[in-house]
Design a protein around this ligand. Sequence first.
Ligand code: ZN
Ligand code: ZN
Length: 647
Amino acid sequence: MINITFPDGSVRQFDKGVSGLEIAKSLSNSLAREVLSVNVNDELWDLWRPINVDATIKLNKFDDPDGKHAFWHSSAHLMAEAIESLYPGTKFGIGPAIENGFYYDVDLGDEVVISDSDLPRIEKKMKDLVSQKNRYNRSEVSKAHALKFFGDKGDEYKTELIEDLEDGTISFYEQGNFTDLCRGPHLADTSPIKAIKLLSIAGAYWRGDESRKQLTRIYGVSFPKAKMLEEHLELLEQAKLRDHRKLGKELELFTFSKRVGPGLPLWLPKGAMLRERLENFLKKLQREQGYEPVITPHIGQKELWVTSGHYAKYGKDSFQPIKTPQEGEEFLLKPMNCPHHCEIYKSKPRSYRDLPVRYAEFGTVYRYEQSGELHGLTRVRGFTQDDAHIFCRPDQLKEEFLKVIDLILYIFKTLDFKDFITQVSLRDPDDKEKYIGTDENWDKAEQAILEAVKAKGMEVVVETGEAAFYGPKLDFIVRDALGRKWQLGTIQVDYNLPERFELEYIGSDNQKHRPVMIHRAPFGSMERFVAVLIEHTAGKFPLWLTPDQAVLLPISEKYHDYAEKVSNFLKNCDIRTLIDERNEKIGKKIRDNELKRIPYLLIIGEKEQESGTVSVRRQGEGDKGVMSMEEFASFLQSEVQNQLESI
Ligand SMILES: [Zn+2]
Ligand SMILES: [Zn+2]
């Protein structure tokens, strides 16, 4: 017998060789129907794999990320089986589970081109295969066998993958007539895959390398219940309506130009002003928190990036150095602002009493992304970080962290992101050589972050082993109105750059010491943040931020002069105001301006002109009654005030 420990700590005895599925069955039949994968001593396993020693287990259903992963990964194999039977001779790249579903990269050969209209046929074949209830069988194979199998099949993608694997670590999964190279784990059989939808087709370079063949990537999603699929598709519809690329165009916030180049956003006046308001908002908070502004150029000598280590990371795979008429002189577009800020720190000697030093800059950086990876404002080639670097003593780390957390929480509150989680990335304690910086400093920094997060009472996920080699970090992940997760703010401790740039301060002991560096960007980047904000609010920005706060709707031409007068008054009160002077019925004017997401609609006719008032409508809320110009101005201003309550 072996002892099996459950997540609640209870222990039960089972026969040696018992499987996860058998354990589930012994607990209840309904659990056995719903369970999708099992964690055995923190490793993800197939349900029918025999457990031979004492173990701690966790049974995963669909609501568990580990359960979903096995479900969607198994669905990818199922799709591959369907494709192979419909398009014999297809070669297969990779087919992983992703955050919302799965995909497979396939090479259908030069003769076959498929489009969206072929997806239902593949879907139908998948459903036929599901009804066969085929098991996902795992087998461990030698490298020679694996190479021969896929070599005989003529699948050069798989053989290329196998070449990189170590003999003795290779496994196959087989279901029905389909065999795949795969680490697993998978569902016990295909029967739980009740609802399937193939969503779209895209091109994807083999191994993400533009010089290699472009494969066909087919995206899909699947669920154990038809109703779950319906809900998911409804969410995708909602997401389409909120797509920032669509709304950005309709609201005239930004555009792209083929001539300027892909991934290089052009901010239109309304978008630029919105962004300026966000920047001013953050600048004010930063001033209150003791940040000092700095300004640095968009390029730097190649040597600078070699010193910082960024050249090794971004050099080859990003924009290539810019040459000058001077032989041997090379500059790099900056992928990061940090090295420039390090040089500013070095511009004069520092004492322990000068620290912390906090340098802030809305710094524009350039990173090459493949054209296929570009996406609206969320994946671009040039973007502006709301960047700052804090240089402090190790004993100041926790306080600085707390201050940055306050800043980020205030921003989230003001911009109505109520739902977020934080993720702390720590080093792997079993692999300490991997990291730069002393043991003592790492312990202190990790402790400081954990204490800071705890002090703020935030929901936190601790990821051990996920820290960068140069320091631990804290990330903020927000859930938007549709429940989608976006990574926004980040706070990162860095022991590496102070070392590389030989940053120093003179301590109270009159000795030289290294400061600790903190990188932080509450928005992440202006581009990404605005994109997320558009999708979160569906373009209905908070009143303080929105491009146009009020629009005047004269019911006929007779009232244009009065509208002009009201507009001038409101503009003098710093209220962003438009007049809709089109010769349209008032009903149409109201509808059109509501679509433009303008919060206040002010209707003006005979009655209003005579009494010096406006009839106020709030977008989505309807009539707010009649107010004098002055009353409306202070009504709007107090709403803005409330939104911007101080920290
Ligand atoms: Zn697989
Ligand atoms: Zn930085």
